[in-house]
Design a protein around this ligand. Structure first.
Ligand SMILES: [Zn+2]
Length: 448
């Protein structure tokens, strides 16, 4: 077709994909997946660029629905503390933020995200009278600069509260005028439960007023004795009351696991009914929860398996990268998926498949993105080629990223993989990938 040169059609040939028998060829045109066919049997436009991925897994690119770019790489106090200490430390650091400083740290994380295969990010971005709209403006600039490979959504985030930081609400209004913004929230920073509920109401009212999505930091504590940290059911009912079904996400929610069984079941049903998504942030939650436990230290993450069984939408994300809230992080969603699997007793292939969805299609769904359709004809061509041959073992294998594709074009290639292609190292990698796959299937046959 005469349009091939213009659109730059690309074929990923001999790809392993989930739920397919044998290898497939994937045709990308106009930024979309336009065909998937058994290898060698599909229509290939004459001028298409063909990349033979040699049986490697091709999967949807990752989405991070909860990532703080503005306060990434700040480090923390020499001995880390609890949540309120992390907020206080960061509030002090924010006084020194400059455009260049925020931009520089954010771009370092964006580089890591690209190399990890992430091409969609919701950046939780702080707005308050100290930092003003500085960080929002940086994110707005970065969204434009990196639009060729990144969907950057900005969550306007009042980390220090709305009622407890007068002047914040007016700034939120101003920030929400920008395209690509969603409204964030952080009710637990208010003085009491009445103010925390009012904060929830304000955030959801803004979502209605601006016709956008809402995303609340919620219920991040050891248990629910302080009702400011037990608002999930309230959020669900407030969401339903405003007709915001499917448009609200809550992050953390570590106290869910501590609720009494009746209240817990009621809360999960309310979340499912209102279509409220729970974004689990294991790196932060494991670091901040259970700090005062002297024995039997709590794992401190939302019960993702139970949430799924109740029909609650779930996702997993990095949250913070190397700051007072989380001293670690490489901006790799696969690392987060495996971490969560390890602390939530994941064992079956279905558990790991769900964790893979939680950092790809389900994560995209939280952001209201079409990417939630995944690897399907007509879906956006946002893909990652992974250095493994077993599509079911991606989370367990933690494979290197060979290619990242955004807008139907290659935006990152692994130079190391290229350099070693065809060498002993490459052969060893291929054998390892196959070997692990065989072992898993053999176990499966015998029902072990
Ligand atoms: Zn966060």
């Amino acid at each position: 077709m005469s349009t091939d040169a213009r659109t730059g059609a690309l074929v990923l040939s001999r790809a392993s994909v989930r739920d397919a028998d044998g290898l497939v060829d994937i045709l990308l045109e106009d930024g979309r997946i336009s065909g998937i066919a058994p290898a060698g049997q599909g229509m290939v436009p004459p001028s298409a660029e063909i990349v033979d991925v040699g049986g490697c897994v091709v999967a949807p690119a990752f989405s991070e629905p909860h990532l703080h770019l503005d306060k990434a790489l700040l480090g923390g106090p020499s001995r880390g503390g609890a949540l309120d200490a992390a907020i206080a430390y960061t509030a002090g650091r924010k006084r020194d933020f400059t455009h260049a400083d925020v931009e520089g740290r954010a771009e370092r994380v964006l580089g890591a995200a690209l190399r990890a295969g992430t091409t969609a990010i919701r950046a939780q971005t702080e707005v308050d009278p100290t930092v003003g709209l500085l960080s929002v403006e940086v994110m707005h600039d970065l969204a434009a600069r990196h639009r060729d490979w990144l969907d950057l959504q900005i969550a306007v985030f009042p980390q220090e509260g709305i009622r407890s930081r007068p002047g914040t609400l007016a700034l939120m209004h101003e920030a929400l005028q920008l395209p690509g913004t969603v409204v964030g929230g952080c009710p637990y920073t208010e003085a009491d439960v009445a103010d925390a509920r009012a904060h929830v109401d304000t955030v959801l009212d803004l979502a209605v007023e601006f016709g956008t999505l809402a995303d609340l930091h919620l219920d991040l504590a050891d248990d629910a004795t302080d009702e400011r940290f037990a608002l999930a059911e309230y959020v669900a009912r407030a969401t339903a009351a405003r007709g915001l079904h499917g448009r609200v996400a809550i992050g953390h929610v570590t106290t869910l696991g501590a609720l009494e069984p009746d209240r817990r079941a009621r809360t999960l049903d309310a979340l499912a009914g209102a279509g409220v998504a729970v974004v689990v942030l294991p790196a932060t939650d494991l670091y901040l929860v259970g700090r005062n436990d002297r024995r039997s230290v709590r794992r401190g993450v939302a019960p993702i398996g139970e949430l799924r069984r109740h029909g609650v939408r779930t996702a997993v994300s990095s949250n913070n990268i190397r700051n007072a809230f989380t001293p670690t992080g490489t901006a790799d969603p696969l690392d987060m998926a495996l971490l969560l699997g390890r602390v939530t007793f994941a064992s079956d292939p279905s558990d790991f498949a769900a964790l893979h969805r939680a950092v790809t299609t389900d994560a995209a769904g939280v952001m209201g993105s079409e990417r939630a359709r995944g690897l399907a004809v007509g879906a956006p061509a946002e893909l990652v080629v992974l250095d493994t041959h077993d599509a079911e073992s991606v989370v367990v294998d933690q494979p290197a990223r060979r290619l990242v594709i955004a807008r139907g074009r290659i935006v990152y290639t692994s130079a190391v993989s290229e350099r070693f292609h065809g060498t002993a190292a490459d052969h060893f990698d291929a054998q390892t990938a196959k070997g692990f796959g065989e072992a898993r299937r053999a176990e499966h046959v015998h029902g072990v």
